[in-house]
Design a protein. Sequence first.
Length: 222
Amino acid sequence: MPLDLTTPLSCLITAGETTGATTPESEEFARLTALVAAAVAAGVSLIQLREKNLPARTLYELAARSSDLARGSRSRVLVNDRADIARAAACDGVHLAANSLAASTVRRIFGHDFIVGVSTHSLAEAREARDAGADFVIFGPVFDTPSKRAYGRPLGLDALADAARTLAPFPVVAVGGVARENLARVFASGASGVAAIRMFDDPATLEAAVRAVESAAARPRN
C-alpha cells in the first residue's frame, strides 16, 4: 500500500464550501490551498478534497495544486468521488461515497497503488467495502454533528467498537462529531484514526490537533 495504515490516521475533510462559480483566482480557492499546505506541514495523514460543487476543471486545478503541495511528505491527497480527476492530477487516491462506483471497480481500473477509501454507515457496509478492495473505511457518524445529520442518528461508540473488532486489522476511521475531548474514547473503541472537518479546519491549530490525535492513539486501551 502507498500509505502506512497501521499508524493512527488523521483525515482532514474539506468543508465543501466552494461553488460552481469558484475559480482558481477565488478567495475560497486560496483558503483551501492554504489549508492543504498547513495540513501537509502538520503531518495530516489524509487530505480529502470534498468539494462537490466545483466544476471538473476547477476541481482538477485544486487537486493538482494539492498534489504538488503534498509531494514528498507523509500526507496523501484523495479526491472525493472523482477517481479520474485524482489520477489525472497525480493525487494518491479517491474517497467514495455510498452511491459512488464500487471500490472493486475503481481498484480494477486504477490498480493497487491507488488509495481507495469508502464512507460507510454500518458494519455491513464497512465489511462490503473491505471485501471489495478498499484500503480503509470511514465509519459514522459516531457522534452527533450537523454535517452528518442527513445520515440519521449517530451510531455511537458501541457500533464503532463492533466494526473495529469485527474487521480488524482492517482500518476503520471514525467520523461524525469527533473532537479533541472525545478522541480518547474513539481510540479506546478500536478506531484506526479519525476524520473531521471542524477539528482540522483552522491552519493555526492544525498541528496541535494532529498531535492530540497521536497522543490519544498512544494511550493504553482496555
